[in-house]
Design a protein around this ligand. Sequence first.
Ligand SMILES: C[S@@+](CC[C@H](N)C(=O)[O-])C[C@H]1O[C@@H](n2cnc3c(N)ncnc32)[C@H](O)[C@@H]1O
Length: 272
Amino acid sequence: MTEADDRVQAVRERYGRIAEGTESGCCGPSRCGPEPRVSLGVGYQESDLTSVPAEANLGLGCGAPLGFLALKPGETVLDLGSGPGLDVFLAARQVGLDGRVIGVDMTPAMLERARVSAAKLGLPQVEFRPGRLEALPVESATIDAVTSNCVINLVPDKRSVFAEIARVLRPGGRLVISDIVLNGRLPEVVEKDLLAYVGCVSGAMRQEEYFALVGAAGLEKVEVLRDVDYLAGLIASAPEEVQALEARTGVRREDVLGRVRSVTFRASKPVR
Ligand SMILES: C[S@@+](CC[C@H](N)C(=O)[O-])C[C@H]1O[C@@H](n2cnc3c(N)ncnc32)[C@H](O)[C@@H]1O
């Protein structure tokens, strides 16, 4: 196995435990307490969260991308790394019964959890498919809108992910993604901390490299819609996580504050 394979396997195991309820939160083993507060802190409305089963919200997002996607009835939407299904269910309401929403995730326990909630909600336009973002189980040029919340930072081969997004979008299709990117380098010890990787921090790429990959995939009109300091938000919503990261790595929060950004951005596939 390559180092990248090891990382993907560590991510799958970690999110498997989170889906089964034996581990909580995105950023470390110490997070506890109600998870909805994390989703409210990154931009979801209270009414969004009460409209889905509680099991669909594990507080794993780092933004609220659907709020910027402007979905229309009848559209086909793809959610990359759909986890427990929160964004899939919110999108399903917006596209209605004439639309379609496909969630893709590589972790069996997440897919199972999302399917249980889908059955409770009775949404026939929703489907969860097992698969990797680097090789999407989706036909080319069939998707109107792609979304993803706090997932691509976890994938070692980000170039393939953006190439796959460009492949599955219809000409003129759009994407709105929330993700973690870096503004400057992280201390090496944090960068190397595999647990931090799985917890959404050190698998992230510098933002200029990240957006270069978006452009290299042939996606255009990149526009940053929201850019906030991820650690500042984490200090406010889950201070124990930041303490755990400091204890594990010996790096003080002052040394990383401002460098880990939660960005939400839009881009589109050219019409031709
Ligand atoms: C931080 S969680 C976000 C889940 C969901 N988007 C949310 O906001 O609740 C990351 C999810 O992405 C999935 N994932 C990570 N890497 C993946 C990959 N390479 N291919 C498919 N799914 C992946 C994990 O299994 C996990 O469910």
